[in-house]
Design a protein around this ligand. Structure first.
Ligand code: GLP
Length: 243
């Protein structure tokens, strides 16, 4: 794993945007695996700026997002489809037909997951997968478990994830309790992975992800086995490594 230390959130976002932009420049019709959460927002803002400045062309890019809340429609402003439209797709020249997010409105979980695996199979492989990190080590919505998940799966969100994500909803009761997420093996099949982490509250879990054992109790620890992972983390997130 290559580790790049950024000064702060803005620096992390710029460095992440540099890598994503480089991927698009070297392969204009690349497949990007994209993530939601507060961490990638700054990188998306930077990509929007570069697209508006004419430095970056999304016209041939395909995107495949990691996850979606089960039960939320694309129009719900807390859905991950809405998030992606709002933070990136509405502001760049990507063809929305080439942007994919699991279908949160599909009630049949098995169908929602197999449909998404089919999209990943036919539109993939993912050239560059962007990941954030949950406080409990989750990637996508793959929560700590007894074994690593393989394909897209329907997960019951842990209390800590619901707690962490309730800030985006009017009340905790509105946070969905389930989500569809690309599986750990699916994430690992990306050619390159870019993990971005910011803030003191992630410092301890970053240490476990990098230095701890590879265990499904910390899903992101699996990234230790991927041949091409870059971690861009700000100084606070890497603070446990300070002398
Ligand atoms: C959510 C998403 C993850 C994201 C994580 C961290 O639960 N499903 O993809 O990485 O939260 O979010 P944040 O970046 O807001 O800390």
């Amino acid at each position: 794993m290559k580790i790049i230390k950024a000064k702060d959130y803005a620096d992390m976002s710029r460095k992440a945007a540099d890598l994503i932009a480089a991927q698009i420049l070297i392969k204009p019709d690349c497949v990007l695996g994209l993530a939601t959460g507060s961490t990638p927002i700054g990188a998306y803002e930077e990509l929007v700026r570069r697209n508006a400045a004419g430095e970056l062309d999304f016209s041939q890019v395909t995107s495949i997002n990691l996850d979606e809340y089960r039960g939320l429609s694309p129009e719900n402003d807390q859905s991950y489809r809405y998030f992606m439209n709002d933070h990136l797709f509405n502001h760049v020249n990507i063809d929305k037909k080439n942007t994919f997010v699991p279908n949160g409105l599909e009630p049949d979980a098995q169908k929602a997951c197999s449909d998404y695996d089919e999209i990943i199979r036919t539109r993939g492989p993912i050239d560059l997968q962007l990941l954030g990190l949950g406080h409990n080590g989750h990637i996508g919505f793959n929560e700590p478990a007894d074994c690593f998940s393989k394909g897209t799966n329907c997960v019951n969100l842990t209390h800590s994830t619901i707690d962490a994500n309730k800030r985006f909803f009017a009340s905790e009761a509105e946070v969905p309790t389930q989500a569809y997420t690309m599986g750990c093996a699916g994430i690992m099949s990306a050619r390159k992975i870019l993990l971005i982490v910011s803030g003191l509250s992630k410092a301890e879990i970053v240490r476990e992800v990098i230095c701890g054992p590879v265990t499904p109790a910390v899903p992101a620890s699996l990234l230790q086995l991927h041949p091409d992972v870059t971690l861009i983390a700000d100084a606070e997130a890497l603070s446990v490594f300070e002398a």
